[in-house]
Design a protein around this ligand. Structure first.
Ligand SMILES: [Zn+2]
Length: 292
C-alpha cells in the first residue's frame, strides 16, 4: 500500500513560480507525488519536504565530496564564468553575488576575472572553510530581504534553485536586488534530458516498486526546471532570456557523489553520461537572463 507522509505546511498543489492553482500530479511515488504546472511546465515534489528524520542531513559528507572533485568543479566554473563574462563583463557589471556558493570556488574565479564577487551559502562547514582561507568572501545565508534593492549587477545560482522551498520568492528577491539590466544566471537539473525521460518512463511503467530513483525527492531536488520552464518563468517576470543551454554534470562529480552506490550504479552513470553527450540531452540546463 502506498502511504504518504503527513502533509506539512509546505505541501501544496499551487505552482510557486506562476501561481497556477490545482496543478495535476503526474507521478505517484513512494511517499510523495510529482506535480506539473500546465502553465510554466515546472515540476515539483508534493509535499516539498518530508519529516526531518526522513531527509538526509548535511553532516559534512556533501561538502567533503565537493572538495574531492574540486578540479573538475573548477573546470565547470570556468565555463559558467565564460558565459557571464560574454553577457555581463566586469567593466559594466562589477558586483556579482553567488547564492549557494559552497566553498567559494566560483566566487574566487570571478574575483580573479575582475568582479567584486561575494557568495552566500547555508552550509556552515563550507562557509567556515572559506572564511579561513578567504576572509570576507563568503557569508552564511541566502538571498533575502536583508540584501538592498538594485545592489547587484550579476546574481548567480548553480545547482541551488531546485533545492529551495520557494523558488518563486527567491526570484522575487533576484528581481529586486538586481539593478535594471543586471544578469541572472542559474543552473539546475533539466526536464529535457535523457536521464529525466528514462527515469520518469520507468517510474510510470513500473509503479508500486517502492522508492526508486527519479532524480527528484522532497527536501533535496524539490523542483525541476528545464529550458522551456526557465524561459516561461523568467519571461513572465519580464526578464529577457539571453542564453539557455543543455549541460551535463561532469562524470567525475557524479561518480564521487554516488560512491557508496557500487559498481553497477557507476557503470550506469558512465553510460548515461556518454549517451547525454552524444544526444545533446544533458541532465542540466544553464540559463542567463537580463533583468528588466
Ligand atoms: Zn507555473
Amino acid at each position: 500500500m502506498v502511504s504518504y507522509a503527513p502533509m506539512n505546511a509546505l505541501a501544496e498543489s499551487n505552482c510557486r513560480l506562476c501561481g497556477t492553482a490545482d496543478c495535476p500530479a503526474v507521478l505517484d511515488c513512494d511517499r510523495f507525488q510529482v506535480r506539473r504546472c500546465p502553465s510554466c511546465t515546472t515540476l515539483w515534489c508534493d509535499p516539498l519536504r518530508l519529516l526531518p528524520e526522513e531527509e538526509a542531513g548535511s553532516d559534512g559528507v556533501i561538502e567533503d565530496t565537493y572538495l574531492s572533485v574540486d578540479e573538475t568543479i573548477q573546470r565547470d566554473n570556468r565555463e559558467r564564468l565564460a558565459v557571464i563574462e560574454s553577457l555581463a563583463p566586469p567593466s559594466s557589471h562589477p558586483r556579482l553575488l553567488e547564492i549557494g556558493c559552497m566553498h567559494g570556488g566560483f566566487v574566487l574565479q570571478a574575483q580573479r576575472a575582475g568582479y567584486q564577487a561575494k557568495g552566500l551559502d547555508i552550509s556552515r562547514p563550507a562557509v567556515e572553510w572559506a572564511a579561513e582561507r578567504h576572509p570576507g568572501m563568503v557569508d552564511l545565508g541566502t538571498l533575502d530581504a536583508s540584501q538592498p534593492d538594485a545592489s547587484m549587477d550579476v546574481i548567480a545560482g548553480f545547482n541551488v534553485v531546485e533545492h529551495m522551498d520557494d523558488p518563486g520568492e527567491f526570484l522575487g528577491h533576484v528581481s529586486r536586488v538586481l539593478r535594471p539590466g543586471g544578469l541572472f544566471v542559474a543552473e539546475t537539473p533539466a526536464q529535457e534530458s535523457l536521464y529525466h525521460h528514462v527515469l520518469f518512463a520507468r517510474a510510470k511503467l513500473l509503479p508500486g516498486m517502492g522508492l526508486q530513483e527519479i532524480g527528484m525527492h522532497p527536501g533535496t531536488h524539490i523542483f525541476k526546471f528545464g529550458r522551456r520552464a526557465w524561459t516561461h518563468v523568467l519571461e513572465r517576470r519580464s526578464f529577457e532570456v539571453l542564453d539557455v543551454r543543455a549541460k551535463s554534470t561532469p562524470l567525475r562529480e557524479l561518480l564521487a557523489k554516488n560512491r557508496a552506490r557500487g559498481l553497477v550504479f557507476a557503470a550506469g552513470t558512465v553510460g548515461f553520461g556518454l549517451a547525454q553527450r552524444v544526444t545533446g540531452l544533458g541532465n542540466r540546463v544553464l540559463v542567463a537572463a537580463r533583468a528588466p
